[in-house]
Design a protein around this ligand. Structure first.
Ligand code: GLU
Length: 422
């Protein structure tokens, strides 16, 4: 657990929704239900490694809530994965799906592992054995994993194939939707891979419209150059934004005239990270957080915006592409300093939105065009933003609180109608 994780991340996630619940006087029983995941699945599973040894890995699947639909959320493969982190991430998924109005609940899973330490063949065995250990705890109408940090379309292809192979023969073709984020050839959706980054850009566009700011005049710094930060930076640069600083696990670089993000992508593909990129200078991580930019986009791990960094930030807007990047005390400082925040459950919902489209395509054995996927993604992101703006004005609250209120409005309405069993 790193320094910032001394406190429970799950408790922080609960406190976050409770603040919004206060604003709408949410019924106590709904608060109580949403403060706990419904199911906490922990599996310890052995895998044969290439040197002949056996290693036992610990994997998690936390099913937070399924009121609005099947449990839904990614699988994270990272050394930081633990029960507390996955519980927080699962809860955020419940609020994210409710906020953007896709018929899913919330879940998250993962394995405590550094994938870079294992060969492709070992990773394949680890993923298959993990899927086998989860068994019937996942399913296309029950709980639907997707990629997250450290996992990819390849991981999802293996999960789907393993799940199909442990299903009765007559069901093997109908279980494609057990995971989303598969490669297109295997039943994935066009546009899923870059969907989170694209959703972040649609969020930014909406904010620009609201604030009468031109997108192509913005300077941006990005922490993370993976599936989310990388695609976002490319799309934003393409839309005319100036990407002036980027950090990843290998280093941090800056160029006040704007980085050539297409060349940076090639460099990262060849060298494994941004470090050493020609056409930029190396800076420290702390310098990234104090760059003079219009927008800062954390797109890496949680708890990155600490109190010190909140004081150092010189941006006007923080767009949370990562889940849970801002510590509560840091948010307080940003609010006092007048820095606007587009919260994670709104900013990074593009991934799960296109996951929903993939699931629909699998159910109907159809393939949508990119134009369809993209237009529907934009509509859902913007509708959610509009609703947040409306609730924010009604309640005079922060954008984050309003986002939770929109999610809680939906959850409470359905709880009211369905009641609690028995
Ligand atoms: N892992 C992504 C997230 O945090 C996507 C989840 C999904 O598509 O189910 O939102």
């Amino acid at each position: 657990m790193n320094g910032a994780r001394q406190r429970s991340l799950h408790q922080a996630a609960v406190d976050q929704f409770q603040r919004a619940a206060d604003l709408i006087d949410l019924n106590d029983s709904y608060r109580e239900i949403l403060s706990h995941p419904k199911n906490e699945i922990i599996v310890n599973f052995p895998v044969s490694l290439e040197d002949g040894s056996k290693k036992v890995f610990t994997g998690y699947r936390i099913q937070h809530n399924n009121l609005l639909g099947p449990y839904k959320g990614g699988l994270r493969f990272h050394p930081s994965v633990d029960l507390d982190e996955v519980k927080a991430l699962a809860a955020w998924m419940t609020f994210k799906t409710a906020l953007v109005g896709v018929p899913f609940g919330g879940a998250k899973g993962g394995v405590t592992i550094d994938p870079s330490q294992y060969s492709d063949e070992e990773m394949r065995r680890i993923v298959r054995r993990f899927t086998h250990a989860l068994g019937s705890n996942i399913g296309p109408d029950h709980d639907i994993p997707a990629p997250d940090m450290g996992t990819s379309s390849q991981t999802m292809d293996w999960v789907m194939d393993t799940y199909a192979n442990i299903s009765p023969p007559g069901f093997r073709q109908s279980v494609k939707g057990v995971v989303t984020g598969k490669s297109v050839e295997v039943g994935g959706s066009v546009g899923r891979e870059e969907a989170t980054g694209r959703g972040v850009l649609y969020s930014l566009r909406h904010w620009c419209g609201e604030n009468s700011v031109r997108l192509d005049e913005l300077s941006i710094s990005v922490q993370g150059f993976g599936n989310v930060g990388g695609y976002f930076a490319e799309l934003a640069a393409d839309a005319g934004c100036k990407i002036v600083g980027v950090a990843d696990h290998t280093g941090t670089i800056a160029n006040e005239d704007g980085l050539d993000v297409v060349k940076l992508r090639d460099w990262v593909d060849q060298h494994g990270g941004v470090d050493g990129f020609h056409g930029a200078m190396a800076i420290t991580t702390e310098e990234l957080f104090s760059l003079d930019v219009d927008v800062m986009v954390p797109a890496a791990l949680e708890n990155q915006i600490t109190v010190e960094r909140a004081r150092a930030l010189r941006c006007r807007l923080l767009v949370e592409a990562a889940n849970g990047p801002t510590l509560p005390e840091a948010e307080q400082i940003l609010m006092e300093r007048g820095v606007d925040i587009v919260p994670d459950i709104l900013a990074n919902a593009g991934g799960v939105i296109v996951s929903y489209f993939e699931w629909l395509q699998n159910k109907s054995a159809r393939a949508w065009s990119f134009t369809d996927v993209d237009a529907r993604l934009r509509d859902l992101v913007w509708q959610a933003h509009d609703r947040v703006v409306e609730r924010r004005a009604e309640l005079s609250c922060t954008r984050r609180e309003a986002a939770y209120v929109v999610a809680l409005d939906r959850l409470a309405d359905v709880y009211d109608r369905r009641g609690i069993f028995p």
